[in-house]
Write a protein that binds this ligand. Structure first.
Ligand code: OOB
Length: 536
């Protein structure tokens, strides 16, 4: 099995340590500390259950003992595909306590994505629920285990994880804080998702600082609306940051505004986080039927660009402070600060967490642009990865020789350090915060026997921010979009990846599409589509 690791240069690592960013804390140690300090306090709640920090520790440790008893060994990887349920935390902290490495899949993922993640991480097991939003996840997990010999263990958390627990037993020693705690997944602009190894030291640093920047303390109540496995909901400050601060996490079963408003009222929620399309839906509903959510102090919006006009509505309509969050699973997270002036809050995407986040804004030749000019955002710092797991080619493309991560985002920086996101240089579609690789979808379309070629682009969309449009060059004869839609469903991919629009064309501008010309072609089609949109 390939080791997972994340290595910074010795000089930078020493610096991050000397600055007190990396403090040698680990997730299993955090759980024991919370249990020792405030076992009676409520940690996690949903519609039907409320777990104290003591309950969480007890359940996680018994699950860890069960994992050990089942024969799983420290350092092995386990996929976790769960919705916003308390058992997610039992699963993940149980894995940490047993020295295992969670790989976070999203609930929307289907066989194709899971199989890729399982193979790439060499996972030995999967933890899932029997159903999420009506889909048979237990069946899928079993089918995966039947096809991938290394994937030997299937744990289904229904009605709970008790069947997989054992009496507390000796657990392995805590891992090094420099070791990898888990694997997040990249939105991915080329092909399939890549695995992002995050260490205990680097991730816990973001929790500590995010909780401080966002004003969290033991009185804070955070409502998780977006999937908890996503980096935004997990750590900015998200569910883990809230637990780090000793606060309470409330889990929403669905993202509807009615559900959210009811949970905020019922539990006295002080903070929640949404992607822009959801934030707009919540504001529209609040204007229509009222929200009555006086406890809500901060609404975070991130994952995709929140336009200033919409941002300006948050405070008057929802009666809370807006915080914009511009982050990435690879590391760098920017926040507008709660005491920034209104223009900064509504017109920028915030500034970095750390004084040691290095920001470079460069032109196509990697030369720094003039101050306030837009360019490619490159970054390096105490919690931004230096490499994806087992991706030599992508690593060579995505990181500079000095270890800066090429984010693919086009930004400009104000004299205050705040960043304004202007757009994106890489070929992914940001559909309501879900990132879709154009190339991945093209590959699925081109696999159809009647498709000669396909190019996928994003189109501005009032609701979603961006939607996906596929230009299809059929091999000959008529090809119905409905046929291709069925084909795409048959590929067993996340539903959000199926193109919103399919346009059959007689030509795609150039036929012998190599990598370079395909990019040019995408750019051209993108431009044509955007101009058509603007005039209709
Ligand atoms: C978050 O993480 P990912 O990994 O799903 O996506 C990262 C990409 C960024 O590179 C950028 O293209 C886009 O999502 N993005 C934004 C944005 N926040 C993310 N674009 C414009 N404005 C924003 N506010 O999406 C993520 C991770 C942690 C915290 C927040 C978001």
């Amino acid at each position: 099995m390939k080791p997972v690791e994340q290595v910074w240069s010795p000089e930078l690592a020493a610096h991050y340590e000397s600055q007190g960013h990396w403090r040698g804390e680990t997730f299993p140690a955090l759980l024991r500390r919370w249990d020792a300090l405030h076992p009676e306090r409520i940690a996690i709640q949903d519609r039907t259950s409320a777990w104290t920090y003591g309950d969480l520790a007890d359940r996680a440790h018994r699950f860890a003992a069960g994992l050990r008893k089942a024969g799983l060994q420290p350092g092995e990887r386990v996929l976790v595909q769960m919705g916003n349920v308390p058992e997610f935390f039992q699963a993940v902290f149980g894995l940490f306590a047993a020295g295992l490495i969670p790989v976070y899949a999203l609930p929307a993922h289907r066989r194709t994505e899971l199989e890729h993640l399982a193979r790439k991480s060499e996972a030995v097991g999967i933890i899932t629920q029997s159903r999420i939003a009506g889909f048979d996840h237990a069946g899928l997990a079993q089918a995966l285990a039947d096809t991938i010999p290394a994937l030997r263990h299937v744990f289904v958390a229904d009605p709970d994880l008790e069947n997989a627990c054992a009496e507390p037993a000796a657990l392995p020693e805590d891992p090094s804080a420099r070791s990898v705690a888990f694997l997040q997944i990249s939105g991915g602009s080329t092909g399939l998702s890549k695995l992002i190894p995050r260490t205990h030291d680097d991730y816990i640093y973001t929790l500590r600082e995010s909780a401080r920047i966002c004003g969290l303390d033991a009185q804070s109540v955070y409502l998780a609306v977006l999937p908890v496995a996503h980096n935004f909901t997990m750590s900015s400050p998200g569910v883990f940051g809230t637990l780090y601060a000793g606060g309470r996490v409330v889990l929403a079963g669905d993202p509807r505004p009615e559900t959210g408003f009811a949970l905020i009222r019922e539990h006295g929620v002080t903070m929640t986080a949404l992607v822009p399309p959801l934030a707009m839906k919540w504001m529209d509903t609040a204007e229509r039927i009222g929200a009555d959510i006086p406890s809500l102090q901060v609404l975070q919006v991130g994952g995709a660009k929140f336009l200033p006009d919409a941002a300006r509505r948050v405070a008057p309509v929802l009666g809370c402070t807006l915080q914009q969050v511009f982050g990435m699973a690879e590391g760098l997270v920017n926040y507008t600060r709660l005491d920034d002036d209104e223009t900064t809050i509504t017109e920028t995407q915030g500034r970095p967490i750390s004084p040691d986040d290095e920001i470079l804004i460069v032109d196509d030749e990697d030369t720094p642009v003039a101050p306030d000019e837009a360019g490619h955002l490159l970054t390096r710092g105490p919690y931004t990865i230096r490499a994806y797991h087992d991706e030599p080619a992508a690593n060579a493309r995505s990181f500079t020789a000095e270890g800066f991560y090429r984010t693919g985002d086009i930004v400009r920086q104000l004299p205050t350090g705040h960043l304004v996101v202007q757009g994106r240089a890489t070929d992914h579609i940001n559909r309501a915060g879900e990132k879709i690789s154009a190339e991945e979808i093209e590959d699925h379309l081109i696999a159809h026997p009647d498709v000669l070629d396909a190019v996928v682009v994003s189109v501005p969309d009032a609701q979603l921010g961006e939607r996906t449009c596929a230009f299809i060059l059929p091999r000959g004869g008529a090809l119905e979009p409905a046929v291709l839609r069925r084909w795409m469903r048959g590929r067993e991919i996340a539903a959000y990846k199926i193109p919103d629009e399919m346009r059959m064309v007689d030509e795609l501008g150039t036929t012998a599409v190599g990598k370079i010309s395909r990019r040019a072609l995408r750019a051209q089609l993108q431009k044509d589509m955007t101009e058509t949109e603007a005039t209709t």
